[in-house]
Write a protein that binds this ligand. Structure first.
Ligand SMILES: Nc1nc2c(ncn2[C@@H]2O[C@H](COP(=O)(O)OP(=O)(O)OP(=O)(O)O)[C@@H](O)[C@H]2O)c(=O)[nH]1
Ligand SMILES: [Mg+2]
Length: 310
């Protein structure tokens, strides 16, 4: 008898949710950067453990939202958690430990606050949640236990796992546990399918990752990427055209860089990765446009499956 179900991975921004989903799946289904708020909409990846199919749902980080897009992202994360058969709350253990030791920086303190708010919300849920403490490769072990106990005392968790999504430590144990709690039933995806993001959207995400990686200091959250053309050529190669939207004129120059060098780097990094993922030669054409209200555009929300009216 087969088993199959959905597992939502929730947590504060930058906890490592997308890294964990990629690790559990065994291939890259969701983009990862060092910036908070990288993931903007829920992304599914499929892992198989014996007779069990685990559909992992990567979600946007949960934080105190201000902009419309932020509100929609947080709403989507909680929505997926409610629908799932199991929930994993992923916590950046390093931020917790640093703050507990009085050494945390602003970003760490913010992460701890976001975790507190998530725990508060989980208290209102009846179902218990699996706690996964991530980034243990960075943490001094002697400090980890106290932080774990404090979190566990909140009474919202059924069990705890210590993992490093980046190195893979502890991830196999977590996957086995998730498989064990999946309900009986037929698989949702064919055996060889590990993701279900449409290729155009995947291509836009990969380019957005490169934008975030390259110009993250100067351009936080002001950019989005749209695939405007995606055509297979007769020789089997793909011709992909994309527009990078920014909010102000000055940001356009930042994306272009001196003599267009930054854009060239973004294009070449994205083209190379897309070629690997899609398994063919990719011809990528990037444009940069100023669209001050892209984050208020209803079509943008529809394309990535987020609610506009939240
Ligand atoms: N050292 C270490 N770094 C990690 C680990 N897991 C993730 N990271 C890093 O943490 C950063 C954030 O990872 P993401 O997977 O993008 O985090 P996320 O929770 O999906 O972030 P949002 O989508 O912004 O909510 C990246 O720089 C990762 O490489 C880990 O186990 N150890
Ligand atoms: Mg993410």
């Amino acid at each position: 008898m087969t088993h199959a179900g959905f597992v939502a991975i929730i947590g504060a921004p930058n906890a490592g949710k997308s890294t964990l989903v990629n690790r559990l799946v065994g291939s890259k289904v969701s983009i990862v950067t060092q910036k908070v708020q990288t993931t903007r909409f829920p992304i599914r990846g499929v892992a198989i453990e014996g007779e069990t199919q685990i559909v992992l749902v990567d979600t946007p980080g949960i934080f105190q939202p201000r902009r419309r897009l932020d509100r929609a992202m947080v709403r989507a994360a909680w929505g997926r958690a409610e629908e799932a058969d199991a929930i994993v709350h992923l916590v950046d253990a390093n931020a917790q430990v640093l703050v507990a030791a009085g050494e945390g920086r602003g970003a760490d303190r913010k992460a701890v606050q976001d975790v507190e708010a998530i725990v508060g919300e989980l208290r209102t849920h009846e179902r218990k949640v699996i706690l996964a403490l991530n980034k243990i490769d960075l943490v001094r072990r002697e400090l980890l236990l106290a932080v774990t106990q404090t979190l566990f005392a909140s009474d919202v968790y059924s069990e705890v796992f210590m993992i490093s999504a980046a190195s893979g430590t502890g991830v196999a144990d977590l996957r086995q546990r998730l498989a064990a709690v999946m309900p009986e039933g037929p698989w949702f995806y064919p055996e060889d399918q590990s993701a279900d993001l449409p290729a155009r959207l995947l291509a836009a995400e990969i380019t957005r990752e490169k934008v975030f990686l390259r110009v993250h200091e100067e351009l936080p959250y002001a950019s989005s990427v749209e695939t405007t053309a995606f055509e297979e050529r007769q020789d089997g190669s793909l011709r992909i055209e994309q527009t990078i939207y920014v909010e102000r004129d000055g940001q356009r120059g930042i994306v272009l860089g001196k003599n267009g060098e930054t854009l060239k780097w973004i294009g070449s990094a994205s083209r190379q990765e897309l070629g690997e993922i899609l398994g063919c030669v990719v011809h990528l054409f990037l444009h940069v446009k100023v669209k001050s209200n892209w984050a208020e555009d209803q079509g943008f929300f529809r394309d990535i499956g987020l609610d506009f009216d939240v």
